[in-house]
Design a protein around this ligand. Structure first.
Ligand SMILES: C[S@@+](CC[C@H](N)C(=O)[O-])C[C@H]1O[C@@H](n2cnc3c(N)ncnc32)[C@H](O)[C@@H]1O
Length: 468
């Protein structure tokens, strides 16, 4: 089954050229360009600037100023083009996906305000940050010199030398990084939430150049898909390898994915396979496949792990739900490949939807089906208690009698918390066992167990529904 479409009114507009108006419909968007189809069948211009364009958001046309129109293909009488706003560059993906007009340069309006914020930073924190930036620069230059010296070397020789440098000087650098993180934790331990935010912002501006050397840190900060924890970051966490063009960049990438929190993500992937296997052995109805629902499934690596033999295709039937089309598409692609490899197609349904839809659904069972094993990892860390409680209640409605539901949430004792907040700009809603248990207190007849994985940073709420 393919990804279910979220119905949305088409975004339409007009290009104004030599006083005439040419209507178009927007079919997609890149960050800085709209992909359009001219609905009167002709391209007004190609590779030229037009006087202006408008798009109609809800009811009102919004002028987006002078644009360049670049025709890119035309089949029959279909006139396709990219429209690139040039007078005021816009975030066209936001315009298309979220119906928001966001100027690409709007951050520049705030430079003076942001520069003034440094006055609110504690002197000892400024000194810590300045020293760190200096010390990182010392390491960076040394590693860069080794890269430069290997530039003309045979690739196999260069690879051997890099392995050796990573194992010795690289590991020493990672330990230095650990020590500096420990100092940071001590320094910010008594901060209020507002102080964390201010100092974290200041800190990231100072170490920005270092952040950009690391594929992982760059992605958590820039968030190309609008949120931290996207399928590319999950892939990086699972790969746990030295990624990057330079030695320094590789080390800056490897360090954050060796943390307790990153290990917890790898641990939960394995734990889920074990839990699903246990749910299969204990399934309420042995005459059929175990029905599994993954909520906020992302790339669903654990589902790919689940299918190792052709017989598994008949043992499990999966429903995967996520709001991100790209993550869901990736899950679908790889699960399809697993089915092809095993010569036994996996029974899987892919739903592009938000859990917020569940909260509003009048007939949730008709919409999402009943399941024997429901789980959600990496979602509840973003939900406030009232929303989390409502989502849990609705998921419980989808659970078959005798079914089991497992929800993950990072624990308040996550040792990577400061690192995540200051270096990765990754703020979660942490929970304690009591908070977690309280979310499910009103689920009728439910029994609970709460446990953590090996690193003790990830906690699981394991809910069982009584059999009939
Ligand atoms: C950190 S990832 C975890 C993915 C997966 N569960 C795993 O452990 O690999 C979080 C996922 O939650 C999804 N997500 C966030 N908010 C959501 C919502 N309101 N409804 C559905 N999915 C959501 C994101 O698109 C993303 O794929």
């Amino acid at each position: 089954m393919s990804i279910s479409e979220v119905p949305k009114a088409p975004l339409r507009g007009e290009v104004i050229h030599e006083g005439r108006r040419h209507p178009f419909e927007v079919l997609g968007a890149r960050r800085s360009a709209l992909e359009v189809r001219f609905t009167n069948g002709t391209l007004p211009v190609d590779r030229m600037e037009v006087e202006g364009a408008e798009v109609t958001l809800i009811a009102d046309p919004i002028a987006i100023g002078r644009c360049r129109v670049e025709g890119h293909r035309g089949v029959g009488d279909v006139a396709m083009a990219h429209i690139i706003p040039t007078e005021t560059p816009l975030r066209c993906d936001d315009l298309y996906k979220r119906r928001l007009v966001v100027r690409l340069d709007q951050g520049f309006d705030q430079t003076a305000l942001l520069q003034r914020r440094k006055a609110e930073i504690r002197p000892e924190f400024r000194a810590y940050t300045a020293d760190l930036v200096y010390d990182l620069a010392i390491y960076r230059q040394l590693f860069d010199e080794i890269d430069a010296s290997l530039a003309n070397e045979k690739p196999e020789t260069a690879a051997l030398v890099r392995d050796s440098v990573r194992a010795k000087q690289g590991r020493a650098f990672l330990r230095f990084f650990d020590e500096r993180l420990a100092q940071l934790e001590t320094m910010v331990a008594g901060f209020t939430r507002a102080e964390h935010e201010r100092h974290g912002f200041y800190f990231r501006r100072n170490v920005w150049g270092n952040i950009l050397t690391s594929a992982f840190l760059a992605r958590t900060n820039i968030r190309p898909r609008g949120y931290a924890g996207d399928s590319m970051m999950m892939q990086q966490l699972y790969d746990n390898s030295y990624q990057g063009d330079s030695l320094f960049g590789q080390l800056m990438h490897k360090h954050p994915i060796e943390t307790a929190a990153a290990q917890a993500v790898r641990n939960r992937r394995k734990l889920l396979v074990d839990l699903i296997e246990a749910a299969y052995r204990d399934r309420p109805d042995p005459s059929r496949a175990l029905r599994i629902l993954s909520v906020a499934c992302g790339p669903a690596w654990e589902v790919r792990d689940l299918f190792t033999r052709a017989e598994d295709a008949a043992r499990f039937s999966c429903t995967l739900l996520d709001q991100d089309e790209e993550a869901l598409g990736e899950a679908e692609h790889h699960i399809h490949l697993v089915g092809t490899r095993l010569e036994a197609p996996v029974q899987a349904k892919y739903l592009r939807d938000s859990v917020r839809t569940m909260l509003m659904s009048k007939d949730i069972v008709a919409q999402f089906g009943k399941h024997d094993f429901i789980y959600s990892m990496g979602l509840f860390d973003y939900l406030t208690a009232p929303v989390a409680r409502s989502v849990l209640t609705r998921l419980y409605e989808l659970l078959e009698p005798g079914g089991r539901m497992v929800i993950g949430n990072f624990h308040v004792e996550n040792p990577t918390r400061t690192y995540m907040e200051y270096w990765m700009d990754w703020v979660l809603l942490y929970r304690h066992e009591d908070d977690f248990q309280a979310l499910g207190r009103e689920l009728p007849g439910a029994t609970f167990e709460i446990y953590r994985e090996e690193t003790r940073s990830q906690m699981f709420l394991d809910v069982r529904k009584p059999r009939g």
